[in-house]
Design a protein around this ligand. Sequence first.
Ligand code: PMP
Ligand code: GLN
Length: 378
Amino acid sequence: VQTKLPSVGTTIFTVMSALAVEKNAVNLGQGFPDFGCDPKLLDAVTAAMAAGHNQYPPMPGILPLREAIAAKVETLYGHRYDPASEITITAGATQAIITAILAVVHAGDEVIVLEPCYDSYAPNIELAGGTVVRVPLTPGSFRPDFDKIAAAITPRTRAIVVNTPHNPSATVWTEAEMRRLEALLAPTDMLVISDEVYEHMVYDGARHESAARFPGLAARSFIVSSFGKTYHVTGWKVGYVAAPAPLTAEFRKVHQFNVFTVNTPMQHALATYMADPAPYLELPAFYQHKRDLFAEGLAKTRLKLLPSAGTYFQCVDIREVSDLGEADFCQWLTREIGVAAIPLSAFYAEGFDQRVVRFCFAKKDETLRTALERLARL
Ligand code: PMP
Ligand code: GLN
């Protein structure tokens, strides 16, 4: 067949997880928790199934879940989305992002991504017939460079994809940066795909700056989040998109034909479970403990820590430890040391190697300790 995505292979997350299993390595590569979710959430699924919630839900998702999301977003970020016309339940953030892109990107449109970025964005844009315009985040700090973003905007720029807290760099955009983005886009008709899947993983007292907080951004944004990240259930693949009604209408035109809707019992369970804000309000402290435990151990190695202000990722510079390139280092680390990591080059167009790798610390403390014992050999 003539491939539609010539530069795409199997995602690095799948490749590294398979290698970790094969080599019996501690898997700090692909981002997912190795601990269970709250048993109350599981009870809610069983209850939903027993109550007969096992047939197709409405196409945009069940209303009680959309209402719970609207209430939460309004409380946290001060913007009211109409559950009927502005919130859609998706099959994880992945389907939310590709659906938003397919819904608004026309052939020949340009879409800006800030590199390094999550690996699905560029192929999604290409599948829509769009052109990926890669603007680098500032080397070293990974902060947005608004002069470079401004210079990349042309009359054909349809949208920008923004991700805070940021995978893989673990940076968190400040209020001032969000305001710069809002001001930069004000004279344009550009849309924003705001990937906020790590919204509840922000540390050291900082706060998540959702695009929903900024009227000029909310009016042009698809805000994407994922219950998989927030409630430790990445395998459920349930997320959502919040966007103004005209954008949601376009989103649903595609959504109804690429997935139609999302599994029913999990939606009921999530709607019930969301009534209690404690699980997501407690998440920063829960993960900050793990970040600190992991960082303290890493500080005893010659790996150089980069700041981790949000997400469940910790990046390290490998220069002092190895002469290998990132990708080879991750292979070697998995095979010889027994710890899997992800090379940052996976988040760039081919060929960029800054000798930095990403670890995921969404693991039991004992898993992190085992990994640290092994990494102590470096
Ligand atoms: N965006 C980012 C930045 C992510 O890290 C992930 C998960 N790896 C996703 C989107 C996809 O989320 P989900 O698992 O809910 O599809
Ligand atoms: N988002 C996860 C990560 O960055 C992986 C998701 C996936 O495997 N596609 O590690």
